[in-house]
Design a protein around this ligand. Structure first.
Ligand code: C2E
Ligand code: MG
Ligand code: MG
Ligand code: MG
Length: 280
């Protein structure tokens, strides 16, 4: 495959491969170019409430490569995370998402939506992360109360007190936090209690296994009970069928994201598909 890809030989797309310094440098320059040439785009996946009404969206990064077509984030984000490039990418994502929020604020149909943005550990652990977020919000005029940052358990392991103080600093400005892929990491319950989180996102792996024999239903119930104890909201990821939604609802989970409600869509399509129909 890499052979047919032409000169910019894109061997770095093979995840299983040991990356050489050279290949990483090549990815880096390709991605820098992608930013400069507007090949990156955020798609938006709807998040709905118990009634199926849109309440928010998650921004998901897409790369339209001139030769390879659309490259999914799993094929370049993990590599970008190994170096400084993730900072550049992360800042682009944040800026683009905040501009989208500002844009949505102008129309009644979208003004109340929250927007969730994925933050990589390396980006979060930058010394000036809080400042970056605050400045981006000021520059774009986005409402911080509509912005939600998605972090993962893995980033919480080190530097607990710094992590918490950064979260507190952003929270004091109205920004929310969701814990992504919850249940797949290693956060201790004692630690979880100390974090100023607004929402747990039940990992789609558990949703997927809900109807099968096994422990997934019990795990989901446990997460819901935990969220209630800690006074956090919950959203289930990867809801693909009405059966899954009904099962989740019967367990007390009332916010959903997944293909059943909508795939990630470019901004114009997101508005057309999820907002205009509701308010027409
Ligand atoms: P995530 O944050 O957990 O995002 C959810 C992923 O699940 C997305 O994949 C989404 O398209 C997919 N998904 C949503 N509903 C369903 C469903 O019903 N069934 C199935 N099978 N999948 C569903 P995507 O867009 O490929 O992103 C993968 C991961 O890449 C994300 O997982 C996130 O960790 C990372 N990512 C995406 N965009 C960004 C970004 O802007 N910055 C950073 N740091 N990471 C990002
Ligand atoms: Mg996410
Ligand atoms: Mg997730
Ligand atoms: Mg995930």
């Amino acid at each position: 495959q890499a052979k047919s890809a032409g000169r910019n030989a894109v061997c770095f797309f093979d995840q299983g491969m040991q990356q050489t310094v050279d290949e990483r440098a090549q990815l880096e320059s390709s991605l820098r170019e992608a930013i400069a040439r507007n090949q990156l785009e955020l798609h938006y996946q709807v998040q709905v409430n118990h009634a199926g009404m849109p309440v928010g969206a998650e921004a998901l990064l897409r790369w339209h490569h001139p030769e390879r077509g659309s490259i999914p984030p799993v094929q370049f984000i993990p590599l970008a995370e190994k170096g400084e490039l993730i900072i550049l990418l992360g800042n682009w994502v944040l800026e683009t998402a905040c501009r989208q929020l500002k844009e949505w604020s102008r129309h009644p149909a979208s003004a109340e939506l929250t927007l969730a943005v994925n933050i990589s550990p390396r980006q979060f652990h930058q010394a000036d992360f809080v400042q970056q977020v605050v400045e981006t919000i000021a520059r774009t005029g986005a409402n911080p109360a509509r912005l939600k940052l998605e972090i993962t358990e893995s980033m919480l392991l080190d530097h607990a007190s710094i992590t918490i103080s950064k979260m507190e600093a952003l929270k004091s400005r109205g920004i929310g936090f969701a814990l992504d892929d919850f249940g797949t990491g290693y956060s201790s319950l004692a630690y979880l209690k100390r974090l100023p989180l607004d929402q747990l996102k039940i990992d789609r792996g558990f949703v997927c296994g809900l109807q099968q024999a096994g422990h997934d239903a019990a795990i989901v119930r446990t997460i819901l009970a935990l969220a209630e104890t800690l006074d956090m909201a919950v959203i289930a990821e990867g809801v693909e069928t009405i059966e899954q939604q009904e099962l989740l609802a019967s367990m007390g989970c009332h916010n959903y994201q997944g293909y059943f409600f909508g795939r990630p869509l470019p901004p114009e399509k997101f508005v057309q598909h999820h907002l205009l129909a509701e308010f027409a």
